[in-house]
Design a binder for this molecule. Structure first.
Ligand code: CS2
Length: 480
């Protein structure tokens, strides 16, 4: 960039701290921070965000030289729109400065601790929702409470300090794609607190709200090309920029210990019960996202838009929604399910978003239960067999085997990747591989794993995927 190029800057001073947010990645910057920026612009309030990274320094290194400001870019085939967001007041990197993070969380001004730590950040067993006390980060945090590694370790230590100092607790706001994410966050927090101190656990149980939320905005990972396109359009270089679709939906249970930003001014829906919205979103959107990710990747496609424009995959989507998913989804108040899925198809087809299937395929072991397996179990209960969803699970089984349809290796990213591959490799036949993967009790609940009809459908789908490939298998599934 030439020396006189305009620089990115926020309008006015950085806002004062009101929120500590753990997980400063692209989704948080495209979602939570944008809503908070707009709420403060509309109604005021000291809700500046201290963003905390539990691992890498990347977000801090990109944001700090810009005073925390960055650009949120709405992508659309009709043209992109850039908005500078100044809601982040500072970024802390926990491994470098755990004490600074705990001090920020114990600060009475911090009234909300929000989380986008992805499924695996809860250190729970996905099939039961309980905290894994044997998780390496949890085991570490129980013996080193003042220098934690996990979000849960930070939350419990900060709450312990507030309690000791007579400071009211903060609200814990989970913003991850997990069913009943408030209840889950509460459950793992209490499991951890009980392992430390029963009195503390009882205080948290009585005093700390954990509202549930449903979050939705498609946010592909930012690429070099996105940074270059923004520089071209706006004349400044912003390595911290994020790109996302125009659509956004945030539904929150309105239970806060000490107030919250006027997020409703930015379009947030406050409801008594989020669960129906969460089920709809996880099953209709994330369930089909994961289906397209595994089967589309195997078929050699690259992005969600590629798959959603492909007649075969688009027919699969329609079958999944109409026949297999919607019968399990109780409509949330104010939502029309067929209109919701029609809108999803339009969102998927937007070619301005290059949302890679490989990105969505990550961490399948943490995603499958709430995205696909719950729906399958609900259909199995009255005796139905959702073949399309079984095919999606078989697609995941092929994917974690680590070899694609051209014989090339797949870069599988998953906390269980090594164990999954070893289990798959150790078996010879399709039946053996399916059985070995179904035995992962942290993914497949016992009752579903032992359902002979489900198992047979997986074996058939797995064999067909291996013998004929994803396209022919989908075609046969649609014809049957
Ligand atoms: C996606 C989600 O990466 C994934 O697994 O399914 O991140 C999805 O884009 C968001 O949940 C949309 O709100």
């Amino acid at each position: 960039m030439p020396a006189e190029a305009p620089r990115l800057s926020r309008s006015g001073a950085a806002p004062r701290r009101g929120i500590v947010h753990i997980g400063p990645g692209a989704f948080f910057r495209a979602f939570n921070a944008v809503f908070t920026e707009e709420a403060m612009a509309a109604e005021g309030g000291d809700w500046g965000i201290t963003a905390v990274s539990l691992r890498s320094a990347t977000a801090r290194d990109q944001l700090a030289p810009q005073g925390g400001a960055y650009t949120s870019v709405t992508l659309s085939e009709a043209g992109n729109r850039a908005q500078v967001i100044g809601a982040i007041a500072e970024v802390l990197v926990a491994p470098e400065a755990p004490e600074a993070v705990l001090a920020a969380m114990a600060d009475p001004a911090a009234r909300i601790v929000s989380l986008t730590i992805t499924e695996k950040g809860y250190c729970h067993s996905p099939s039961t929702g309980r905290l894994r006390l044997d998780h390496p980060d949890i085991a570490h945090d129980l013996v080193n409470p003042a220098a934690p590694r996990s979000a849960i370790g930070f939350i419990v230590e900060a709450l312990a300090r507030r309690r000791a100092a007579g400071v009211a607790p903060f609200t814990v706001l989970s913003c991850d794609n997990l069913p009943a994410n408030g209840r889950l966050a509460r459950g793992v927090t209490l499991d951890f607190a009980r392992a430390r101190d029963d009195g503390l656990a009882a205080w948290i149980e009585a005093e700390v709200p954990f509202p549930a939320t449903m979050v939705d905005r498609i946010t592909p990972a930012t690429t070099e090309a996105d940074v270059a396109a923004l520089a071209e359009a706006e004349g400044y270089h912003d390595p911290a920029c994020v790109v996302h679709e125009a659509f956004r939906q945030w539904v929150i249970e309105d239970r806060f210990a000490q107030g919250r930003p006027a997020w409703e001014a930015a379009g947030v829906q406050f409801v008594r019960n989020v669960e129906a919205h969460e089920t709809m979103k996880l099953r209709c959107l994330n369930g089909t996202h994961s289906t397209l990710a595994y089967l589309g990747y195997l078929a050699g496609l690259e992005t969600i838009a590629d798959a959603a424009h492909d007649p075969l995959f688009s027919a699969l989507l329609q079958k999944l929604w109409a026949e297999e998913i919607l019968p399990t989804v109780p409509p949330p108040e104010g939502e029309d399910l067929p209109a919701y899925t029609a809108a999803l198809l339009a969102r998927y087809r937007d070619r301005a978003l290059r949302h890679r299937l490989w990105q969505i395929a990550m961490d399948g072991s943490q995603k499958l239960p709430q995205r696909l397996l719950g729906t399958i179990a609900d259909r199995r209960a009255p005796g139905a067999l959702p073949r399309g969803l079984c095919l999606a699970v078989a697609g995941w089984m092929r994917y974690v085997g680590g070899i694609d349809e051209t014989g090339a290796p797949i870069d599988v990213r998953d906390p269980l990747a090594d164990r999954l591959k070893a289990a798959s490799d150790a078996a010879g036949s399709a039946e053996g591989k399916v059985a070995a993967l179904l035995a992962f009790r942290e993914i497949f609940p016992k009752e579903l794993a032992e359902d002979p009809t489900f198992r047979a459908a997986l074996c058939d789908a797995y064999r067909d995927l291996a013998d004929k490939g994803a396209r022919a298998t989908i075609r046969a599934c649609l014809a049957g």
